[in-house]
Design a protein around this ligand. Structure first.
Ligand code: GRF
Length: 231
């Protein structure tokens, strides 16, 4: 494909960008879904999600950000966006389960109904996965099941694929292996570096993350409304 090609020309009758409201799915009606977000770095997906909620594109509200790196840029975004942010510095924990226990306690205190891992660069334990069974989703910069784990963009470039992308999926005990909720494909262009490809993938992440939240949220029990998660 030539470097200047516009991928939307190759989509035929497929609607692109994806509609945020999937007409085949049920409504996210009722009070806004209370979202908790976990991030370790830039936090651009966190911000995209907050902005989508505030534009009214989905019936949800980010009520809590958790970061694990004290000086990460995501923290500054939370401050600017006036979203409560707590730092749970992983270096202060003796093991992963203790960190996850504090995450669980915090999200329960904030009555979080769905947890979004948006660039959380730590492996989570079965304790967190079980506490939020069906309520924990992740965004990953590849078309899963290809290129799981770290450096997915570099893996794609080294493999020489011509098509990569991003995936929003449910989190299970196995890394990057849970049910796929939504994906976007991104062409790998001649001369792409990890930086240029990652930037194009991120544009699509910001589009599909709200849709992934919408799809995950529609399948949650909505009554009796927000309240501490049992389990
Ligand atoms: C994203 O590319 C996401 O797919 C991966 O980590 C990155 C986070 O980016 N899991 P940001 O912090 O949201 O900007």
């Amino acid at each position: 494909m030539p470097a200047a090609a516009d991928p939307s020309h190759h989509l035929g009758s497929v609607q692109w960008p994806l509609p945020l409201q999937d007409p085949t799915a049920g409504d996210l009606s009722g009070p806004p879904l209370r979202l908790g977000v976990m991030a370790s770095g830039r936090g651009s997906n966190f911000e995209a999600l907050v902005r989508a909620c505030r534009r009214g594109e989905l019936q949800a509200e980010v009520v809590q950000l958790v970061v694990n790196v004290p000086d990460c840029p995501a923290r500054g975004r939370a401050e600017r966006l006036e979203v409560p942010c707590t730092c749970l510095d992983h270096r202060r924990y003796s093991d992963r389960t203790c960190l996850d226990e504090d995450l669980i306690a915090l999200f329960r205190r904030r009555s979080v109904q769905l947890v979004v891992m948006a660039g959380w660069m730590r492996i989570v334990t079965p304790r967190l996965v079980e506490a939020f069974a069906g309520r924990l989703i992740n965004i990953h910069p590849s078309l899963l099941p290809a290129f799981r784990g770290m450096d997915a963009v570099g893996q794609a470039l080294r493999a020489g694929v011509r098509l990569s992308g991003c995936t929003v999926h449910r989190v299970t005990a196995e890394v990057d292996a849970g049910e796929i909720l939504v994906q976007a494909a991104v062409p790998v262009l001649d001369g792409d570096s990890a930086v240029s490809l990652a930037a194009r993938i991120q544009e699509q992440e910001h589009r599909i993350l709200p849709l992934g939240v919408q799809l995950a949220g529609e399948r949650l029990p909505r009554d009796p409304g927000p309240g501490p998660i049992q389990g």
